[in-house]
Design a protein around this ligand. Sequence first.
Ligand code: ZN
Length: 275
Amino acid sequence: MRIHHLDCGPLYPFGTRPINGTGGFLRRGRGVIHCLLVDTGAGLVLVDTGWGIDDYERPSFVVRAFMAVLGTPRHPGIAARNQIERLGYDPETVGDIVMTHLHLDHAGGLPDFPHAKIHALQAEIDAAAHPASIIERWAYRSEHFAHEPHWIGHPVDGDEWFGIACPPPFEIGGVTFRLIPMVGHTRGHAMVAIRLDGDRWMLHCGDGYGYHGTIYDPPKLPPGGKIVKALFGMVQTVRAIYVSSDKLKTFKDKVGDQVEMICSHDIVDFERMRV
Ligand SMILES: [Zn+2]
């Protein structure tokens, strides 16, 4: 098995200093959309997709606006499908995609893999199919699901991983995957665990945390982070990230080196794993 770390949506927004410590008042910060390409030896598995080719070439109004705010360059070469080709793989061999959640910046590439099976918590598939709030209607984009993906919904059913209730594990190409619920940012947000060897795991925490500093010792927010937390913490999806960061700090203390934790948007996590 080999895991490639792909940035499927470089982020250069203003104002990220109090969020992840990068950039300045007049200087753009830096973030990523951290996706994994798992070469199982018997096919490819993606964890999240980032933006898709159509998002770069023919974005809807909402996607165009979101990309502009985040400063993502409109370059189709960044899409997962095109990166996979440049790595020398046939994108058609991506048979499965395991999703942390279905927000637009994570699921935009689904139409580029119309034949893949899409794994997510059942609650997340239901949320995207029946958005029930303004934020859900805005953040789940119908154009990303118009091709009627082959959903594999995983109910949280009777299993446990390091004390967290979760669905049973599933195998793809001989590699063990798990969806670990970390609900809050979305109704069915999950972390994706991949067994490396023996009892060691990689855990893609999605938007379970946003800044590596909050889960390392000593946990810290960047300068000004407390103000952002107070202001934007009134929004449920944002507040949930701070809540789950605290939970994941405790989790990290418990599991130590047995679980390698990364998240979707932190540049430090991404650079650490890429080398
Ligand atoms: Zn995100």
